[in-house]
Design a protein around this ligand. Structure first.
Ligand SMILES: Cc1cc2nc3c(=O)[nH]c(=O)nc-3n(C[C@H](O)[C@H](O)[C@H](O)COP(=O)(O)OP(=O)(O)OC[C@H]3O[C@@H](n4cnc5c(N)ncnc54)[C@H](O)[C@@H]3O)c2cc1C
Length: 261
């Protein structure tokens, strides 16, 4: 690992001021530290944001739950408010990695990183999330731009993620047996007159499957999933699963999610 300057920011303003195109924010460090140790990434400045109190916590207000960006996966998994209002979100957090990763990794780090196989991006799409940054509010559908790519600008900090509480929802994934990342993960959320089916792990970036969403909006049943032909075009094909297998997993896991709802 190359040498770097370590900074502990007291607030978001200071963190932004210290940032440059050659810096990184340190939240849980679960992606940043291994990448630096393996020599896959190096930075001049590492800006620790874990001490910024304003970025943590879980708040329910009206029809939404707002989760501070440095909230750890284990805190989401164990939160009474999350379990009561969006139990599928607590289940998702509990399904991430292992206890060590869940006790350090954060929701903000996960979505800023936008790994194509990460779990939280699917929750953001399915649960109509709004990403609050230090300078704007962005709908989830405009936030995730491509593989490991988001709309965040240099120095922009995610402060919180606000999820709309659905009528019913379920997240089901086919986990990689080693890392628990999603080979395919499907998040189904039902709102009045609208169903969202967000898919992670299958393509280079999380997406809303419009055919499945439309079909389930009309008829919320697993037979409605049967009528859809999920095409493998553009899907990832690697040592874990072929594109065709991923397409088949999407149908299987969408049905599981609908049944679990
Ligand atoms: C062994 C292992 C298994 C894992 N398994 C899974 C899994 O099953 N499912 C899954 O979804 N994930 C998995 N992860 C990923 C993990 O859950 C973390 O969420 C992820 O690594 C990044 O979160 P972090 O808080 O550690 O971010 P960091 O590593 O600290 O930061 C990652 C990136 O996000 C940026 N960033 C962090 N916080 C903010 C912020 N508030 N605003 C703007 N930018 C920010 C940083 O600048 C950096 O570029 C796994 C990781 C490991 C090491």
């Amino acid at each position: 690992m190359k040498s770097f300057n370590y900074h502990s920011a007291k607030d978001a303003k200071e963190a932004t001021k210290l940032s440059s195109t050659n810096s990184v924010f340190l939240a849980g460090g679960m992606t940043t530290i291994p990448s630096m140790k393996l020599g896959l990434a190096s930075y001049k400045d590492v800006i620790d944001i874990k001490g910024i109190k304003k970025l943590s916590g879980i708040k329910v207000s009206g029809k939404t739950i707002k989760i501070g960006s440095i909230t750890k996966h284990s805190d989401v998994a164990n939160s009474k408010e999350v379990k009561k209002n969006i139990p599928s979100l607590a289940d998702l957090a509990e399904s991430i990695g292992d206890p060590q990763v869940r006790n350090r990794g954060t929701i903000g780090g996960s979505i800023a990183n936008n790994d194509p196989a990460a779990d939280y991006p699917s929750a953001c799409i399915a649960l109509n999330a709004i990403i609050h940054t230090d300078r704007r509010k962005v709908n989830a559908e405009n936030f995730f731009k491509g593989m490991f790519e988001t709309c965040l600008k240099t120095g922009e900090i995610i402060e919180a993620v606000e999820f709309e509480i659905p009528k019913k929802s379920s997240y089901q994934k086919h986990p990689n047996p080693a890392s628990r990342y999603a080979v395919v993960g499907v998040y189904v959320a039902q709102y009045k007159g609208q169903v969202n089916v967000a898919v992670t792990g299958a393509k280079s970036c999380v997406y809303n499957d419009e055919d499945l969403s439309k079909s389930l909006s009309k008829n919320f049943s697993s037979s409605s999933v049967d009528s859809i032909n999920v095409k493998s075009t553009g899907m990832n094909s690697d040592i874990h699963a072929s594109a065709e297998y991923r397409a088949s997993l999407i149908k299987t896991y969408t049905k599981k999610a609908v049944e679990a709802c």
